[in-house]
Write a protein that binds this ligand. Structure first.
Ligand code: CA
Length: 227
């Protein structure tokens, strides 16, 4: 349960989304325009903001920038602009998650829940530390034994998800759902490739693993080799 602030100018979408979130136990506030929303978000400090991009007064991407100037609140953007480049641009400019319109109430609620899980674990500690591995969730930087390593977005997300679940064997389906947010259908290869890249960067191999262990037929486990 969380306080969710929904910025959406379409009355029907607003009602539908608000009801779905409220049914899931969230406290929901809504606003139909950007400028009143900005003030209300500052005043009420919600746990999550759901932000429509097409607003009557100010473009949602501009509102996102204004929110980011004053707050770290997790933001889900709702966009009809189903273009990868646009979504990537918005994620880079401070959005944490997105839904593509038309979305269902259930889908939105699932996104809110996933984001809350992420932000709560990030809120407790901005760094995930496993042995010599340090993952800075805010700056998205990784170091191993004090040496920075460069990870692309997916590699980082895979590593962070495994580290957040250190010691647990994470099923491949779960890892794929969390990082790629797509149906699993035969994604073993994709996961294997990313795991292989990560291993190389961590200075280990499948034959001689230290941090990343593959549990055949089950999933992938990050362990602290120094423990
Ligand atoms: Ca709109």
């Amino acid at each position: 349960m969380a306080s969710v602030f929904l910025v959406e100018d379409d009355h029907h979408i607003r009602e539908l989304a608000a009801r779905a979130l409220a049914d899931a136990g969230h406290v929901v506030r809504t606003e139909g325009a950007a400028m009143p929303a900005l003030q209300a978000i500052i005043d009420s400090a919600p746990d999550v903001v759901v932000l429509d991009l097409g607003l009557p007064d100010v473009d949602g991407s501009d509102l996102l920038r204004m929110i980011r100037a004053v707050s770290d609140v997790p933001v889900i953007i709702a966009t009809a602009r189903d273009e990868e480049s646009e979504i990537v641009r918005l994620l880079d400019s401070g959005a944490d998650e997105y839904v593509v319109k038309p979305y269902s109430g259930l889908e939105l609620e699932a996104r809110v829940r996933a984001l809350l899980r992420r932000s709560q674990s990030a809120g407790q500690t901005r760094n995930l530390v496993v042995g010599g591995l340090v993952i800075d969730l805010r700056s998205r930087r990784v170091s191993i034994d004090g040496v920075d390593i460069t990870c692309n977005r997916k590699e980082f997300d895979v590593l962070a998800y495994l580290a957040a679940n250190v010691g647990t064997v994470v099923p491949r389906e779960e890892l794929f759902a969390q990082v790629w947010r797509e149906p699993y259908g035969g994604a073993d290869k994709t996961i294997d490739v990313h795991i292989s890249w990560l291993r190389r960067k961590l200075g280990e191999t499948a034959a001689a693993p230290r941090y990343i262990h593959t549990v055949r037929g089950v999933g992938i486990q990050l362990i602290d080799p120094t423990a």
